[in-house]
Each structure stands twice: as structure tokens, then as C-alpha cells.
Design a protein around this ligand. Sequence first.
Ligand code: TRP
Ligand code: ZN
Length: 331
Amino acid sequence: MALFIAAALLPGCTARPATPPAPPGDTFRAQLVEQVTADGAWVHIEALQSIADATGGNRASPGPGYDASVDHVAGVLREAGFDTTTPVFTLRSDDRRPITLRNVVAQTRTGDPERVVVAGAHLDSVPDGPGINDNASGVAALLEVATRMGGSPPTTNAVRFAFWAAEERNLDGSAAYVESLSRSERRAIILYLNADMAASPNAGYFVQGGFGDEADETGPEGSEVVGRTLVEELAATGATAETAAFDDESDHDAFIEAGIPTGGVFSGADNAKTDAQAARWGGRAGVDFDPCYHSACDRAEGIDRRVLDDFTDALAGTVARFATATDPLAH
Ligand code: TRP
Ligand code: ZN
């Protein structure tokens, strides 16, 4: 305080230093969680719904709705100051011409590039619908975190946001990306955070990372720190998470296979909510978490904004904590 007053009184001196000192980690976290909103995330939900409406009702990859989704997301991240690329990979099959597809990868210009926090969400939909809960919701939550954080945050570690192609085919985009990395590029990734479905209409709050008995359920060592942090950050929003074992059904899989500590959030798909879950979270027991899963009705109107808000806050808090940590995966 005294320093600021003195600076303000000096003639020709502005009160604000050109480069503010990095705030301590917990301040950075608190600020980011405070800044992100469901309204901010909603803007991206609407953009992706409009894209699907204009491209035959879906954003499937490959396809025009997917291409437009890539252009939208890459544009938002460039505008926010990230070092943004759309690395390509090729889908090959025996009976068709090879197809080239783009992921979107955006990294902060600050933070140690040898210590990278990667957060990702699949950007494609199934061919049968616009893919708004699955997975414009995860995309929108991460875009909100990215744009509020900006491309040059005062973090110890670099942060990389990734948006995957062709998850709905065979997890192709994330698999090709991890495959494309050199050994040292893989080693530089401290952890991977996956957001696949974050606003289910009859939502659950599931967290993966370190839970289960087998190694393929818990993920690599360090995953328990990611999972535990997600549980804590959901608790901070008032949501009690249920922990779940990893399966091989989303983009976390390639990172787990590469030995990278991994965590993920998931609001539930085509399973019915139990009585106990309805008691814990509200909503309707005996009804699927997302009755429109992989259907034409997976539209913006159907998603739960409060759930989206909770997951956006939890992802913001988790990204911020790992981005500012000097020993991110210490127990
Ligand atoms: N990835 C699936 C999809 O996009 C949904 C899904 C099934 C999922 N199991 C999961 C997502 C576990 C996250 C975690 O259709
Ligand atoms: Zn899906």
C-alpha cells in the first residue's frame, strides 16, 4: 500500500507498474475462479449451436460443421493472445481416400514450456446431432477459462489448451496428437486434464483420476493428485463429486497410455441416475444423465447452465492451481 501511494505521488510516475508482479498461486486461482462465468461459457455454446444449425445439424469430424468449429475456436484463442496452431493428422482407411483433420492447440506465451499443463476437450460431434452437451460444453468451459486467463498469465508453468478432432470416431485426434510428440515433448507435459460432457440435463458430477483398483482404472502415478484436485475444486462450488475409474472412452486414453498423469470431469451420458445420486445432486432418478446423448436433441436449449457453471469454476481452479504450482504433482 505505502509503495503504491509513493509511486502515485511521484510526478510522471504511474501508480501501476507496467508489468505487475506475479501474484501468489492462491490469489491467481481465486481471481480466475471469480472471473469465469456460465454466461461467458454460454457464448461459445451458442456459437457452436449456430455452426451446427448452418451445417446440416451436426459438427461431425470430418465435415463442414467440424471445420467451422475449428475456425471459431482457433479464432477465439488467437484473439485472446495464445500461440495457436491447428496441427493436422491423416485418417487412413483401405477403402477411402486419406482424410486430413485439424486439432486446435493453443499455448500461453508465459510459463516454463518444459512444464506444461494440458487441458483438452473434443470438438467434434456425432453425425446424428449438434453435440452441445457432448461436447460443446467441455469446449465452452475450457474456452472460458482460457480467455479469462489470457495468453500471457503470470504462471510458473505453461498452459496448453487442446481441442480434439474425431473423438467420436475412434479418439483419433488426441491419439494422433500424442503420437506426434517427441519423447521430450511428452516428458514436458506435467499432466492432462480432460473435459468431456460438462452440462448434462440430468447431471452427475463424476471425476476420474487415481480412482479404481487396476492401473488402467487409476491412470499413471500422479493421476490421483489431479483427480483429488478436481474433487476439491468441485466441492468449492458446492458440488459433491463421485469418483470413477478411467475407461477408454474419451481423449484421456492416449495420455494415460503415454504415462502422463491424467484427470477428467464428466457429467454423465446414457446411464440412469440412481436414487442415491438424485438425493445427492437433485434431478430425476431412473432417467438418463443425458436423454439426448448422441441424438439430434443434444442442443443448447437442453443443457444445464448451473452445472456448466460449476464445472467451469472447477476447471478454472484446477488449471490455475497446477499452472502456478512449483511442484504440481507432489502429494
Ligand atoms: N466420450 C464419450 C462420448 O463422447 C462419452 C463418455 C463415455 C465419457 N464414458 C466417458 C466421457 C467417460 C468422459 C468420461 O460420446
Ligand atoms: Zn460423444
